[in-house]
Design a protein around this ligand. Structure first.
Ligand code: AP5
Length: 191
């Protein structure tokens, strides 16, 4: 089973490249951001709490995310070729619980880190903000999201680097060039 964790700062291209990898390798795609936005859209009490965290650019709790992941893995079809985790794990605690959960299911994952310059991240998100309607695509929240990424998510990269299944990709290039780099890594990792 091919399981890929796609990590990177806000605007690094996780969603864009996850869609490509899911299509290319027939993987089940889980975007924790999309799941959380769907909960907000449902109008539930939980959704209201999530909305205040996301619109401020903060992470939601590890416990809540763990429930999302458990349900996703439990619902996978038997013939599933693998999974792509888009925007998860974002804290070392999430990474540790994912390792345990995968181990329990006799699985492992590789981690691919999309590295993009900060100015480019901001430009991409501001551009998307013109049409996305996302409450977190404005300059103040973008800055805060990037700061949260440095503080809470960068250590996740170190966690996988130590584990030995870490790959970094230069995400400053065009969508097509980045996809090509990802394809090369997946082929290398599955050889
Ligand atoms: P999430 O939805 O995951 O947002 P994010 O991490 O901030 O990432 P984005 O969706 O903004 O960017 P992306 O890296 O996916 O890039 P994209 O492909 O969209 O999470 C939102 C919030 O939910 C978090 O802030 C947090 O509150 C909460 N959350 C989610 N997961 C969580 C977790 N595990 N734990 C706790 N809280 C969690 O591209 C961005 C733009 O750039 C697009 O317009 C795209 O077209 C463009 N673009 C992409 N690639 C390129 C390229 N190569 N060249 C030019 N343009 C490009």
């Amino acid at each position: 089973m091919l399981n890929i964790i796609l990590c990177g700062a806000p605007g690094s291209g996780k969603g864009t490249q996850s869609a490509f990898l899911a299509e290319q390798y027939g993987l089940a795609h889980l975007s924790t951001g999309d799941v959380l936005r769907a909960e907000i859209k449902s109008g539930s009490e939980l959704g209201k709490k999530i909305e205040s965290l996301i619109s401020a650019g903060n992470l939601v709790s590890d416990d809540l995310i763990f429930g999302v992941i458990e349900r996703f893995i439990a619902q996978l079809p038997k013939d599933c070729k693998g999974m792509i985790f888009d925007g998860y794990p974002r804290t070392v605690a999430q990474a540790e619980s994912l390792t345990e959960l995968l181990k329990k299911n006799q699985m492992d994952a590789i981690m691919i880190d999309l590295m993009v310059d900060e100015q480019l991240l901001t430009d991409r998100l501001l551009e998307r903000g013109k049409i996305s309607g996302r409450a977190d695509d404005n300059i103040d929240t973008i800055r805060h999201r990037i700061a949260v990424y440095h503080e809470q998510t960068e250590p996740v990269a170190k966690y996988y680097l130590h584990k030995g299944n870490y790959f970094a990709v230069n995400g400053n290039h065009t969508v097509e060039e980045v996809s090509l780099q990802l394809k090369r890594i997946v082929e290398l990792a599955t050889r």
